[in-house]
Design a protein around this ligand. Structure first.
Ligand SMILES: NC(=O)c1ccc[n+]([C@@H]2O[C@H](COP(=O)([O-])OP(=O)(O)OC[C@H]3O[C@@H](n4cnc5c(N)ncnc54)[C@H](O)[C@@H]3O)[C@@H](O)[C@H]2O)c1
Ligand SMILES: [Fe+2]
Length: 375
C-alpha cells in the first residue's frame, strides 16, 4: 500500500514573493543566509511582512549542522514566532525543517513557509532534510512528512543572482533527484510523471541558465524542474548517488550538487550493469535509464546504447558546466582519499538513501565506484 498527501500550498511566478504580505502583523521569524541580507532580499521580505531586522536570523552557512539548528531554534523561540520563513537555498530550508521537528517535539507547531533562492534541492516540497553531525563527520538525511513546508513560494526571479558555479551544482542536483527517483525501488506512475517533466525541463534549460542567468525562461524552467524533481523523490526515494555525495560532502566539504554531478555517471554504470559485458541489456534499471534517455530526446535504439548515451550526455553537460570529472581534479590528494575511504564506504552503506537504490551494493561495489570517482 502506498500513501501520498499533497497538502502544502504552492504560489509561483515572477514576483510571487509578494505573497509574504499575507503574514503582515503576525509574529514572524526569517531564517536566511548572509547573501540575502547583502542583496536586499531579506529586507524586501521583512518589508512585506511589516517586521524589522530583529526578525531576521542571517547566519545560515552551507550544509547545516546540529549546532546551527540549535541556534536557529533558540532564535525562533526567543521571538515566540508563529510563522517561520526559510529564505535561501537548501541549507536555509533544511535548517528550518529540523527546527520545525524540534519544536514539534516540544509541543509547538509553527507555520512553515519556504522561499527557495536556488533551483535546487526541491527542499521546499520534500519531507527530507540533511543535517551534519560534526562530532562524527557525517551528513545525516532525515525524513518525516511533518517537515514538509506548509507553503512554498517559487519566485524564480530570486535565482537570477545565483553565481554560475552554484547554478551548475544546484542544477545537477535537480537532474540527480529526477534520475534517482526514476529508478528508485518505490518509483510509481505518479513519481514518474514528476520525474519525467523535471528531466525534460532540466536538460533543456540548465546550460542556458548557466550561460545567461539573468534571462527569465531558463531560470523559471529550472525552478519548476527543481520543485517537480523534489516531488518525484519525496514519493519514490533517492539512491546511492546521494549516499555517496553525502559522505563526500562531509569528508571533503564538496558542495552537494557538485558531488552528485561527479558521482552520477558512475552510479548509472553500476546500477545498469554497464560495466559488465551484456549486463545493461538485462537489468531492469537499465531499461528505466534507457527510457529516461529517450525522454530527453537522445537517439537510442537498444537498451545498452541508450544508457551509454545517457552517461555520455551527463559527462558532456558536466564539462559544459565546468564541473571536473574526478576528485583528483578537485585537488583532493591520494593520501587523504585512502585514509578516509573505509569510513566513506561505511557511511554510504548506512545512509538512508541507500535502501531506495535499485541495486543493493556491498562494500566492494561502493569501493570500486569510489575509486573511479577519485580518478
Ligand atoms: N532537503 C532536501 O530535499 C535536499 C535535497 C538535496 C540537497 N539538500 C541539502 O541542501 C544543501 C544545499 O543547498 P543548495 O544547493 O541550495 O545550496 P546552499 O543553500 O548551501 O547555497 C549555496 C550558496 O549559494 C548562495 N545563494 C543561495 N541563493 C542565492 C541567490 N539567490 N543569489 C546569490 N547567492 C545565493 C548561498 O549563500 C550559498 O553560499 C546541502 O546541505 C544538501 O545536503 C537537501
Ligand atoms: Fe540532492
Amino acid at each position: 500500500m502506498e500513501k501520498m498527501s499533497m497538502n502544502s500550498n504552492l504560489i509561483f511566478g515572477a514576483g510571487s514573493i509578494d505573497a509574504l504580505a499575507a503574514f503582515n502583523g503576525k509574529r514572524v521569524a526569517v531564517i536566511t543566509d548572509p547573501i540575502m541580507t547583502k542583496n536586499g532580499v531579506a529586507d524586501s521580505a521583512t518589508g512585506l511582512m511589516g517586521c524589522g531586522k530583529e526578525a531576521v536570523f542571517d547566519k545560515i552557512e552551507p550544509d547545516p549542522t546540529l549546532e546551527q539548528v540549535a541556534e536557529c531554534c533558540a532564535f525562533v523561540e526567543s521571538l515566540n514566532a508563529d510563522i517561520v520563513v526559510a529564505l535561501g537555498g537548501g541549507s536555509a530550508i533544511d535548517t528550518v525543517k529540523a527546527v520545525v521537528l524540534v519544536l514539534l517535539g516540544k509541543g509547538r507547531k509553527v507555520y512553515f513557509v519556504a522561499v527557495p533562492t536556488t533551483a535546487g534541492t526541491g527542499s521546499e516540497v520534500t519531507n527530507y532534510t540533511v543535517v551534519k553531525d560534526v562530532s562524527v563527520g557525517r551528513k545525516i538525511p532525515l525524513s518525516d512528512d511533518r517537515m514538509i513546508p506548509d507553503m512554498a513560494i517559487l519566485d524564480y526571479t530570486l535565482t537570477k543572482t545565483v553565481p554560475k558555479t552554484v547554478t551548475a551544482f544546484t542544477g545537477m542536483d535537480v537532474i540527480t533527484h529526477a534520475l534517482e527517483a526514476y529508478v528508485a525501488v518505490n518509483a510509481s506512475a505518479i513519481s514518474d510523471a514528476y520525474a519525467e517533466k523535471a528531466l525534460r525541463l532540466a536538460f533543456a534549460n540548465l546550460h542556458d541558465a548557466y550561460l545567461r542567468g539573468d534571462e527569465d525562461t531558463p531560470r523559471e524552467n529550472m525552478m519548476m524542474a527543481s520543485y517537480l524533481a523534489g516531488l518525484a523523490f519525496t514519493k519514490a526515494g533517492l539512491g546511492i548517488c546521494h549516499s555517496i555525495s553525502h559522505a563526500l560532502g562531509a569528508a571533503f566539504r564538496i558542495p552537494h550538487g557538485e558531488a552528485n554531478a561527479i558521482t552520477l555517471p558512475h552510479v548509472i554504470a553500476f546500477n545498469s550493469g554497464l560495466d559488465v559485458p551484456f549486463g545493461a541489456d538485462k537489468s531492469s534499471s537499465a531499461v528505466r535509464y534507457a527510457e529516461a534517455a529517450r525522454i530527453i530526446g537522445l537517439p537510442a535504439a537498444g537498451t545498452r546504447l541508450a544508457v551509454q548515451y545517457l552517461v555520455r550526455e551527463l559527462e558532456n553537460l558536466n564539462n559544459k558546466l565546468g564541473i571536473p570529472k574526478t576528485l583528483m581534479q578537485l585537488g583532493i590528494n591520494s593520501a587523504d582519499f585512502k585514509e578516509r575511504r573505509a569510513g566513506i564506504i561505511e557511511s554510504v552503506l548506512k545512509d538512508g538513501c541507500t535502501a531506495a537504490n535499485p541495486v543493493q551494493p556491498d562494500a566492494g561495489h561502493v569501493g570500486k565506484i569510489l575509486d573511479k570517482i577519485f580518478g
